[in-house]
Design a protein around this ligand. Structure first.
Ligand code: URA
Length: 242
């Protein structure tokens, strides 16, 4: 890894700040001053210091978590358990990517990879998120069309086109919906806009990542090497513009 990237990642400073520190001779690698930001280093094998202090390198970690209901997507809360109360991993900077409402369950990615977090949440990237829901009311073909056309959910701009699949229509309908943005209460507001409120909501996928059906609410596991690689490819390159 590049020396400047390592220092920025370990929060010594911004990329431009750490470049300046390196050029000013404030950084040593195995005891020798290094002035090239592009120097390749191995933080597991080399002792890297900035202003005389050793850098504590933490590898990037990725977990999928099945967020249960009544769990807040936050680090701290006075009333409810938070996502971090379920995660028994001592890792600085580990945070959920995006959020789910208190009453919503399902897939949450947790990582300390700020770059991937930024890419997956970027409004420019339109990463698809798939939800299954129970809806109060009979969901019909007209709703599919309205979701496709882009619903007015009370914001300045309408919602982006969303794919709605009816799994079972009835007084309470089962549906699957794919949205490519992450507005506040997005799915609930979309169904409110067609007069059929959400009574249950679960996220089952985000980008290439699908909730492992063997996880129970409150459980988590590390991503597999393939899941991690595919997610980085999704976050890093692909744009899901329709
Ligand atoms: N849409 C919602 O309404 N709530 C969520 O938590 C996620 C998507």
């Amino acid at each position: 890894m590049r020396l400047d990237k390592l220092l920025a990642f370990t929060q010594v400073g911004s990329r431009s700040e750490v470049k300046r520190y390196i050029r000013q001779g404030c950084v040593t690698v195995d005891g020798s001053t290094e002035v090239k930001p592009e120097r390749q280093v191995d933080p597991a094998a080399q002792r890297i210091c900035c202003f005389g202090k050793p850098i504590q390198y933490q590898a990037l970690v990725y977990y999928m978590f099945y967020k249960p209901k009544d769990c807040v997507t936050a680090h701290r809360d006075n009333l409810y358990k938070t996502v971090m109360d379920y995660i028994d991993v001592g890792c600085r900077g580990l945070s959920p990517v995006g959020r789910l409402d208190l009453d919503v369950e399902g897939l949450l990615l947790l990582t300390n990879d700020g770059e991937l977090t930024h890419a997956l949440l970027s409004p420019k990237r339109h990463i698809p998120k798939v939800y299954e829901a129970k809806i109060n009311g009979r969901v019909e073909e007209d709703d599919i069309k309205a979701f496709q056309d882009g619903l007015d959910i009370g914001d300045q701009t309408p919602a982006r086109p969303a794919e709605l699949v009816i799994l079972q229509a009835g007084e309470i309908s089962d549906i699957r919906v794919t949205v490519t943005e992450g507005r506040y209460h997005q799915v609930k507001r979309m169904f409110d806009a067609v007069g059929k409120p959400v009574v249950y909501l679960k996220r089952i996928a985000m980008g290439s990542l699908t909730l492992d059906p063997s996880l129970m609410p409150g459980e988590y596991r590390a991503l597999t090497v393939q899941e991690e690689a595919e997610l980085k490819r999704t976050g890093g390159g692909l744009c899901f513009d329709r």
